[in-house]
Design a protein around this ligand. Structure first.
Ligand code: BGC
Length: 756
């Protein structure tokens, strides 16, 4: 390990370190023996381009295990599983001599239309944060780094490189930043990747509030901030804001800008020292971790893990009369092109070149003992004509008639969901819906398996006995789907995003994707289930929903505050069915009568528990005190409001099984007073309040007549509550002169006021 100090380097050398040498490499500095390191995508596998890859960075890459993208993996809600997948990713990264894997992406699924939702975990920040931290921990346990992306408020692809996400402070902190905060604090990713977009008018890549004040000063981030590829707008502005490394290469252009700015005195050289030192530190960290894992890769072991993870990602949405699991000797008709040619990942920078690829048709045939017929049923080719679709449909109907069960693979053609653009609807293609209708005319036993990276509307939900949401499951998704269909794996995935009835019900419907360079996050805090609950809207399947081949009973929940101030929730959960299974236990909290606007319930903790038939486990979940806090815009900080919280143990956001209450002590908030403060705020102030109350009482004594004419029950103090303090001299005359008011404000603000 070297010990290179940025302050010992020349100005040009320092500047050169802060931008890439090429698409994937940092610049070496031979004079001091600093090597280049490679960073590359990510997130659900290693996308390492072969030497001499194309300049767009999209070309042929070395084979790597394609694990389920976040949309699938997240549905497991399983921290240990995701940690293990992270370790496997770290192993592959290390074997290939890559220093940093560019992931995970933990942006909130604000709208189901976002083209990149398949790369993100959830509509909920606790799910995104906890699972993102697990992946980072796993990756970094192998001596390589992760890159937490895209920081922040990058929730659409439309105009992604310029659009300003206009978000109010509370939703920004409580929804869009909370997950990032969690990962930074819990897992210290080696790098954070700043997003392309602006936040409230400022590019993320040059926002000192975001990259320094929030990320470093508030959260204690110790690593390096890298730009998303091409996210730098103004390098000279970005560097002092906290953007350490620009990627990819600017061919030296922005390095020269930095040098010139220092020479002209418009950029403080100390800021360049800091950024260059962070690059050096990252390279040294990578050197220390390099070679931790020796190749060759155990392809079989990682494929087996990919299969396990994929099985755990499947969500059983519906299963009437136990139609699933399938009998092995049943006469099956498999219909749908995705059974033969799986959709297993989304398009864009995260595309992995898999080491192998399982398809469901082969896996079903291997697992079944009876006949398995197959028909494609539809074509996903862009130019397929109606006549071609009709012919495929007829063929499928013929194949299906006579089968005991039809397993129908429906889903979104690959071109519909990709990085770089959004969807315009959430519908399955019409030919697929027509195929389903035609099949239901010959048999009611149609089990639907869905392949999609973003949620789709399910207007047929009540007409089919079973639906498996099989997302995009990575390279072993085909065999994992067969595992679930036949019951070799008992499904345990749950939805990390609501499936709405229709697009027009969704929270961001009227504010997506914005116009003229701005997208207003008008739904505020009410993202995902928070919205559907607040509006009392029917949903197709709620956040947190997922069935199993067994059933679970919840006992009585209890909750208590521990010594550290966290709320510890316990609830006994029993497997009441005949097979082993896993249940994802969820904890939601709420506070009625809150002083601030709040969603009806918010997820605060969860656990995935394995249970043998008949087994009961006392599940313990911890709600961190900081997760009860709301962002108080008056004092610009987190505040836990005191009161009696309702704590719910639930099988989904709309399947609450047991609840308890717990008294939580609040943080004290003392607002500085001013002439603009309301009388209510002054009365509530610990120093000024008693003084002003005494004065009011005295005044009221002299105004007995007024009290007589007031209707019974009307409280004159409440009437005055919103009156600005600075203006009361207009009412009170000499009893409260402007000098007296200013004096009281100064006294209250100067001291005596206990700090929160
Ligand atoms: C994506 C990032 C990715 C980078 C490098 C960007 O376009 O937004 O997620 O890591 O390219 O491929």
């Amino acid at each position: 390990m070297t010990d290179i100090r940025a302050t010992d380097l020349t100005l040009e050398e320092k500047a050169s370190l802060t931008s890439g040498a090429s698409f994937w490499y940092t610049k070496p500095l031979d004079r001091v023996g600093l090597p280049a390191i490679m960073v590359t995508d990510g997130p659900h596998g290693l996308r390492k381009q072969r030497e001499g890859g194309d300049h767009l960075g999209m070309g042929d890459s070395v084979p790597a295990t394609c694990f389920p993208p976040a949309v699938g993996l997240g549905s497991s809600w399983d921290v240990d599983l995701i940690d293990r997948v992270g370790q496997a990713l770290g192993v592959e990264t290390s074997i290939e001599n890559v220093a940093v894997l560019l992931g995970p992406g933990i942006n909130i699924k604000r709208s189901p239309l976002c083209g990149r939702n398949f790369e993100y975990f959830s509509e909920d920040p606790i799910v995104s944060g906890v699972l993102g931290a697990a992946l980072v921990r796993g990756i970094q346990s192998q001596g390589v780094g992760a890159s937490l992306k895209h920081f922040a408020a990058n929730n659409q692809e439309e105009d992604r490189m310029r659009v300003s996400s206009d978000v109010d402070p509370r939703p920004l902190r409580e929804i869009y930043l909370r997950g990032f905060e969690r990962v930074v604090k819990d897992a210290q990713p080696w790098t954070v990747m700043c997003a392309y977009n602006k936040i409230n008018g400022v590019y993320a890549s040059e926002d000192p509030w975001l990259l320094t004040q929030v990320l470093r000063d508030d959260w204690g981030f110790e690593g390096l901030v890298v730009s998303d590829w091409g996210a730098v707008n103004d390098r000279v502005k970005g560097l002092p804001a906290g953007l350490d490394l620009e990627m990819p290469s600017s061919n030296g252009a922005t390095d020269r800008q930095l040098v010139a700015a220092v020479q002209e005195g418009t950029l403080d050289e100390a800021a360049l020292d800091v950024a260059a030192q962070r690059v050096i530190d990252l390279v040294e960290k990578a050197q220390a971790g390099a070679g931790r894992v020796e190749g060759p890769l155990d392809v079989d072991a990682h494929h087996a893990l990919a299969r396990e993870a994929a099985g755990r990602s499947v969500v059983l949405l519906r299963n009437q009369d136990g139609v699933l699991p399938l009998r092995r000797d049943a006469k099956l008709a498999v219909v749908g092109a995705f059974a033969e040619k799986p959709r297993y990942q989304g398009a864009g920078s995260s595309m992995i070149n898999p080491t192998r690829l399982d398809d469901a048709l082969t896996a079903i045939r291997a697992a079944a003992t009876g006949d398995v017929a197959y028909a494609a049923g539809f074509s996903v080719a862009p130019g397929a004509t109606d006549a071609e679709q009709a012919a495929l449909r007829d063929e499928a109907v013929a194949t299906a008639s006579g089968a005991d069960t039809v397993v129908l693979f429906l889903g979104l053609p690959a071109r519909i969901e990709s990085e770089g653009y959004d969807r315009t609807d959430i519908d399955l293609p019409v030919e697929q819906l027509a195929l389903l209708d035609a099949l239901l005319e010959v048999t009611p036993n149609v089990v639907v398996v869905l392949s999609n990276g973003g949620v789709v509307a399910l207007p047929f939900s009540d007409r089919v006995p079973a639906i498996l949401e099989a997302w995009l499951l990575g390279q072993a998704g085909g065999s994992a789907t067969a595992d679930v269909l036949f019951g070799d794996v008992n499904p345990s995935g749950k939805l990390t995003e609501t499936i709405p009835v229709r697009l027009s019900d969704t929270p961001a419907y009227l504010d997506f994707p914005g116009e003229f360079g701005h997208v207003r996050y008008g739904e505020g805090l009410f993202v995902g289930y928070r919205w559907y609950d607040a509006r009392n809207l029917e949903v197709a399947y709620p956040f947190g929903h997922g069935l199993s081949y067994t059933t679970f009973a919840y006992g009585e929940a209890s909750a208590a505050v521990d010594l550290g101030g966290d709320v510890v929730v316990t609830v006994p959960v029993t497997n009441t069915g005949a097979v082993a299974g896993r249940e994802v236990v969820q904890v939601y909290t709420s506070l009625s009568g809150s002083a601030v606007q709040r969603p009806q319930r918010e997820l605060k903790a969860f656990a995935s528990v394995a249970l043998e038939p008949g087994e009961t486990v006392e599940v313990t979940l911890t709600v961190r005190r900081e997760d009860l806090a709301y962002w108080d815009t008056r004092v610009d900080r987190w505040v836990v409001e005191g009161g009696e919280y309702v704590v719910e143990a639930a099988a989904s956001s709309r399947d609450i099984r047991s609840s308890a209450t717990v008294e939580v002590a609040g943080d004290e908030v003392v607002l500085p007073l001013s002439r603009e403060s309301s009388m209510g705020e002054v009365i509530a102030h610990p120093v000024a309040g008693p003084i002003i109350q005494a004065a009011i009482a005295q005044m009221m004594q002299g105004m007995e007549g007024v009290a007589d004419i007031m209707p019974e029950g009307v409280d004159p103090t409440a009437m005055m509550a919103s009156f600005p303090f600075g203006r009361i001299s207009m009412m009170a005359g000499d009893a409260a002169s402007p000098e007296m008011i200013d004096g009281l404000i100064a006294m209250a603000n100067a001291g005596g006021a206990p700090q929160a």
